[in-house]
Write a protein that binds this ligand. Sequence first.
Ligand SMILES: [Zn+2]
Length: 118
Amino acid sequence: MKIVFRKIPYTKSSFSIEVEGLLCDGVFYKESNKISLLDFQVAGKTPTECDRCGVLFDLCVNENLSIKICDGVSDSEDLDIIECLDQIVDFDEIVYSEIASIKSDYHYCEECKNEEGK
Ligand SMILES: [Zn+2]
């Protein structure tokens, strides 16, 4: 889903995107002329490689995310702001990169988790 930045409404609108078994469900709205927000929950199971033994297992994800998007170059100190340089906000791309960053953390399969606990 793509939306032109200036067309994002000030009132909250809902969106829902499914990526790799995860459901991203939430709202988007404009906070100011230059800033829009995406508040959503990522929930579900997605196949992830165990960082210890390399086996593919279903990682349970349940996270709430809040993402700021700036129209053009951001003059804020906040490094988490996503700069939208072509006026087009690509929800799929944003959701995708957030999920990629969740998956890039260290994750262990059940068996390795049990080993750790011994
Ligand atoms: Zn493992």
